[in-house]
Design a protein around this ligand. Structure first.
Ligand SMILES: NC(=O)c1ccc[n+]([C@@H]2O[C@H](COP(=O)([O-])OP(=O)(O)OC[C@H]3O[C@@H](n4cnc5c(N)ncnc54)[C@H](OP(=O)(O)O)[C@@H]3O)[C@@H](O)[C@H]2O)c1
Length: 332
């Protein structure tokens, strides 16, 4: 038995390229003290991983050069001496980007493939789902009747933010995305009140057309001109939750800031960044509230599924390009 895993060879400058990575064949790892052997079935590739490829100081340690990268994964236990973890159990853990993983049993979470499809523990019922929930309800202090704007709206986090806002009584939900097909999906399938393609014209103008009376909440996944447009449309007491700024992740120079920050004075507006890692106390509430909506179809989700460990890098690069609709997943 052998294992394949993705190593980071060099720190990407600008858009990452295949030369920065290598798919390496190794022996299947031997579990150490407190570990079990897991055969990964689904891997998560996420925008934040771009940050870990850089050496810049951040909330997560940079990936080490010449070593396997990490990421969310779900797999089946194939060897275990640990009490409470049996062969055949499924674990959610953080040793992604590889076929076989020696996983610390204590830090892994048992998941039930009967309760929900395994891939959903990485997406709609997992990290990206909780990000949407915590960012909207806690950081943006969403309340019934709010008009909500979300960017990256056809992605994993964004599609859930918009639908959650509708389910919780938003008066109007607007989304932006990078293709007409995604815009159509937002309105026709996810029930957004309005949506626009940010590549088709200035974001500020398109937002003013979609929300002529302004917005109470902006859930930022993108940064850049989206953030400036949202500040420009903010109503009195408006709130901006900064979840991500994918438009700047490949920049080699700092991006210019919004030119209209002074509007925060008039609107008494608030901008606040957040990290999902600080909000895991909401996990039980999130699963209890959102799980039934997902099961009933009241909250819809899509996944873009790449197949095979060899396509993991391409799947990750695809997330940065916008190839995905909903959560990008790699099925092994
Ligand atoms: N704060 C946290 O704890 C936390 C946790 C998870 C995720 N995040 C952040 O949340 C955001 C969404 O993450 P996700 O996992 O749900 O990814 P995603 O939205 O499923 O995928 C990323 C999407 O970003 C869009 N995009 C790429 N380049 C863009 C650009 N220059 N301008 C505008 N849109 C662009 C693409 O869609 P289009 O086709 O629409 O361009 C792409 O599909 C990211 O910024 C991520 O870093 C933060």
């Amino acid at each position: 038995m052998s294992n394949r895993e993705w190593h980071l060879l060099s720190r990407p400058v600008g858009v990452p390229t295949a030369e920065d990575f290598e798919l390496v064949e190794t022996a299947v790892p031997t579990p150490g003290e407190g570990q079990v052997l897991v055969r990964n079935e689904y891997l998560s590739v996420d925008p934040y991983m771009r940050g870990r490829m850089s050496a810049a100081k951040s909330y997560a340690t940079p990936f080490a050069l010449g070593e396997v990268m990490q990421g969310g994964a779900v797999g089946e236990v194939v060897a275990s001496d640990m009490a409470g973890v049996a062969v055949g159990d499924h674990l959610l853990h953080f040793e992604g980007w590889r076929e076989y993983a020696a996983v610390d049993a204590k830090s892994a979470v048992k998941v039930d493939p009967e309760a929900a499809p395994l891939s959903t523990y990485l997406g709609v019922l997992g990290m990206t789902g909780l990000t949407a929930y915590a960012g909207l309800l806690r950081t943006a202090s969403f309340k019934e009747g709010d008009t909500v704007f979300v960017s990256g709206a056809a992605g994993a986090v964004g599609s859930q933010v918009g639908q959650l806002a509708k389910l919780k009584g938003a008066s109007r939900v607007i989304g932006s995305a990078g293709s007409d097909e995604k815009v159509r999906l937002l309105v026709e399938e996810y029930g957004f009140d309005a949506a626009f393609n940010y590549k088709s014209g200035p974001v500020g103008e398109q937002l003013r057309e979609a929300a002529p009376d302004g917005i109470d909440v902006y859930f930022d996944n993108v940064g850049g001109d989206h953030l400036e447009a949202a500040i420009g449309s903010l109503r009195l007491g408006g709130r901006i939750a900064v979840c991500g700024m994918i438009s700047v992740y490949n920049n080699t120079e700092p991006a210019p800031g919004p030119r209209n920050l002074a509007r925060l004075i008039q609107t008494r507006g608030r901008i606040e960044g957040f990290l999902v890692g600080d909000h895991y106390d909401l996990q039980p509430q999130f699963v209890q509230e959102v799980g039934p909506w997902v099961a009933s179809g009241a909250l819809k989700y899509r996944e873009t599924v790449a197949e095979g460990i060899e396509n993991t890098l391409e799947a990750f690069l695809g997330v940065l390009r916008g190839d995905n609709t909903g959560k990008m997943i790699v099925k092994l």
